[in-house]
Design a protein around this ligand. Structure first.
Ligand SMILES: Cc1cc2nc3c(=O)[nH]c(=O)nc-3n(C[C@H](O)[C@H](O)[C@H](O)COP(=O)(O)OP(=O)(O)OC[C@H]3O[C@@H](n4cnc5c(N)ncnc54)[C@H](O)[C@@H]3O)c2cc1C
Length: 429
């Protein structure tokens, strides 16, 4: 392979893959470019699927990531409803098969971007009971939306970001909603127990029942879901169950490829996964992030964040086209979530062992105090909490405090001390 690849193939036609397609062209690649996607849709945006797409009547077309004709303009061949089923890094080919079945073929590449994301983890032992859903794709969201009739009883299994957002959307559509979470609070994985409890209080405030600290045994019903069976012997009656218990990276097609697969495709700091010209991006990639090095060294981590998928796609486009100048990935992690009328934003990398303190505003329910938010959301709480590790600010989490959050997110880039964080907080309170 010459240093600059001639034929570039991107597997996974979603956020990270689409951004990589744009990026290789902006970086000057003028050879053949192919985007292969298992879904029948052109790349679309997933965050609205658990939010406004469920609460409103949005047309699926409005979720498109790029305007009509964008891929013609990029001069990219787009193969939809097509699964990559194998990778040969010696022969430098991807084996593909149409989703509807049919003959497999191989597509040669000089440069390859693996952007196959992740799939929703199913609840074990459920089978094909109607009314039980996971949420990852547009088709999943359409099926859930059809079941959210006013008055329907909705059980949400899993109180993470997706489960919490689905609960809020179902409530907005007039459903009776119960969130079931095995941990002691919702959002523990993302926020830790203290902030998880405080933010999780949004459910109760909005009339959604929370069942905490109890696992799920299974789903009951003959053809259709009737109830969720709890590990303590109780039942949660349900007309619809939505399971949000995490994701599994889509790496099955890479078995036997020789790439290192361990909770995602393991990459180096430039997102290269070993063979020259082969990169991974987005939710499927497990790579070091230079910003995390004070705590993680060059240990690879996998995140499921919209912004990381965009940044990976952009970075890999450049690294692929100019490998001699490949840049390591280095960015303050960022994720947001909208639930009820609240916007939650997190920057940095909160850890369960971090000390957590409210820096701006008040985490207690009641009128916002000290917030510099624009006030566009009718929030009754507004605060920024800081996470402290080894004397440094490791992360911030904001509830309805967009402007102060932006200041802390910027501060985080320079690995501030805890004192720096308190200093900034003093100017914002
Ligand atoms: C409902 C929902 C809400 C979200 N909300 C937020 C939010 O509020 N904030 C936030 O930061 N993040 C959010 N996210 C996460 C964000 O959407 C993801 O981080 C992002 O979509 C990752 O992009 P990706 O391209 O890496 O992977 P994906 O979007 O998962 O795309 C991977 C694509 O590859 C395809 N594929 C898989 N295997 C193959 C194969 N073998 N051959 C061909 N194609 C294949 C898949 O079909 C899919 O189209 C949300 C995600 C979901 C599902």
């Amino acid at each position: 392979m010459s240093n600059t690849p001639n034929r570039i193939v991107i597997v996974g036609a979603s956020l990270a893959g689409a951004r990589a397609a744009h990026s290789v062209r902006s970086a000057g690649h003028d050879g053949p470019l192919t985007l292969i996607g298992a879904e029948p849709h052109l790349p679309y945006d997933r965050p609205p699927l658990s939010k406004e797409f469920l609460t409103g009547d949005q047309d699926p077309g409005s979720l498109a990531l790029d305007p009509d004709g964008a891929y013609d303009e990029l001069d990219a061949e787009v193969m939809l409803s097509t699964h990559a089923v194998g990778l040969d890094t010696e022969a430098r080919t991807v084996a593909i098969a149409p989703a509807a079945g049919g003959t497999a073929e191989t597509v040669p590449f000089d440069g390859l971007v693996i952007a196959t994301g992740a799939a929703a983890r199913p609840l074990p032992r459920v089978g094909n009971l109607a009314g039980v859903h996971t949420l990852r794709t547009l088709d999943d969201a359409q099926a859930i939306r059809e079941g959210l009739d006013a008055g329907a009883r909705v059980a949400v299994v899993g109180g993470g970001f997706i489960g919490s957002e689905v609960a809020a959307s179902a409530k907005a559509r007039g459903c009776e909603v119960t969130v079931i979470e095995a941990a002691s609070a919702p959002l523990v994985r993302g926020l830790g127990a203290d902030m998880g409890t405080r933010v999780g209080a949004l459910h109760g405030q909005n009339g959604v029942e929370l069942r905490l600290g109890v696992g799920v045994d299974g789903v009951l019903g003959t053809d259709r879901v009737e109830a969720v069976a709890m590990a303590d012997g109780s039942r949660v009656e349900a007309d619809l169950a939505v399971v949000g218990i995490g994701v599994v990276p889509n790496t099955a097609w890479l078995e036997g490829s020789g790439l290192r697969i361990d909770n995602g495709v393991v990459c180096d700091e430039t997102l290269c996964c070993g063979p020259p010209g082969v990169y991974a991006v987005g939710d499927v990639a497990r790579a070091p992030n230079g910003w995390l090095s004070p705590w993680h060294g060059d240990r690879p981590i996998r995140v499921e964040h919209w912004t990381a998928a965009v940044e990976h796609g952009m970075a890999v486009g450049r690294n692929l086209v100019a490998p001699a100048e490949a840049q390591p990935y280095n960015s303050v992690p960022f994720v947001w979530s909208d639930q009820y009328d609240a916007r939650i934003q997190i920057a940095g990398h909160p850890d369960a062992d971090d000390d957590v303190e409210v820096l701006v505003g008040s985490a207690e329910a009641g009128p916002a105090s000290g917030s510099q938010d624009s006030g566009s959301r009718d929030a009754d709480r507004s605060f920024v909490a800081g996470y402290r590790r080894d004397g440094r600010l490791s992360a911030v989490m904001a509830l309805n405090a967009i402007r102060p959050f932006v200041r802390f997110r910027r501060l985080l880039a320079s690995h501030p001390s805890w004192e720096d964080a308190l200093e900034l907080a003093a100017t914002l309170n």
